[in-house]
Ligand binder design. Structure first.
Ligand code: FPP
Length: 249
């Protein structure tokens, strides 16, 4: 049976975040260089975006490149940047046609300007779309994001635009790169690793976590739907008891 038909579209997570892991190991298993894994990872990205759209997800955030990934061999970094740019440029019209808005988060100052320029074109082309917001985390690190937020809040205090008493969770949230997005409801990580790796630490406070052994290039629409089905079968209590949750249904 088609897994998509089993999903309760009224109960899908508003925001799904994905740590796409295992490209290197996938390539190694096939006796190929790591970049072969990344190239094939792009297919899984397309499947995931498609599946998220089909399920009616409003926000999908993909971890494409971390601040730590700059330490990888130069040639791999270059391939990843090129791959990212060429795939997003190639898919720009398709994203637009499907009413998908692209945005990029992270420490963008460290991204080569040619890559940023190309991405900005796609961002501009898709900015009015509202079915799905596709956020690519690039040169992203959650702690760096929080430090950046604290700096910007501090500047406002120094400039007397804000008082210390006014600082609350909302204010901090509004200074994160993800300020336009809702909290993450579901985080998926592929390749069998059970770590968060400095991804959206603030935003996953109440998220359900889904770990799968599938290596990223093999991740399919059905794998995504399975994660959604598992999410729908879990009870999210936000610190309350099961009885309290039942009564409020
Ligand atoms: C993790 O596998 C994957 C990455 C660091 C890069 C993900 C990037 C893509 C799939 C390219 C295109 C992206 C978009 C959004 C078009 P790994 O190299 O850490 O694998 P390993 O843990 O097996 O070594």
């Amino acid at each position: 049976m088609d897994l998509l038909t089993q999903i309760n579209t009224d109960k899908v997570p508003s925001h799904v975040a994905v740590i796409m892991d295992g490209n290197g190991r996938w390539a190694k298993q096939k006796g190929k260089p790591r970049v072969f894994g990344h190239k094939n990872g792009v297919k899984a990205v397309r499947q995931t975006i498609d599946a998220a759209g089909n399920a009616g997800i409003k926000a999908l955030t993909l971890f494409a490149f971390s601040t730590e990934n700059w330490n990888r061999p130069k040639a791999e970094v270059k391939t990843l940047m090129t791959l990212l740019l060429t795939s997003l440029k190639r898919e720009a019209n398709e994203l637009d046609k499907n009413n998908i808005k692209l945005q990029v988060i992270g420490n963008l100052e460290s991204i080569p300007s040619s890559v940023l320029k190309g991405l900005n074109k796609v961002i501009e082309q898709t900015k009015s779309n509202d079915a799905l917001t596709l956020t690519i985390a690039l040169s992203y690190g959650s702690r760096e994001e929080i430090v950046n937020a604290v700096k910007n809040i501090s500047k406002k205090i120094v400039n007397k635009e804000l008082s210390i008493e006014e600082i609350d969770e909302n204010i901090l949230n509004n200074h994160l790169y993800t300020f336009t997005l809702p909290d993450v409801d579901l985080m998926i990580r592929t390749s069998g690793e059970k770590r968060i790796s400095n991804f959206l630490l603030w935003q996953i406070a109440y998220a359900e976590l889904h770990f799968t052994d599938v290596l990223w290039p093999d991740f399919s629409k059905d794998n995504f739907y399975n994660a959604l089905l598992e999410y729908q079968n879990r009870e999210r209590r936000y610190g309350k008891t099961s009885d309290q949750i039942e009564k409020n249904k």
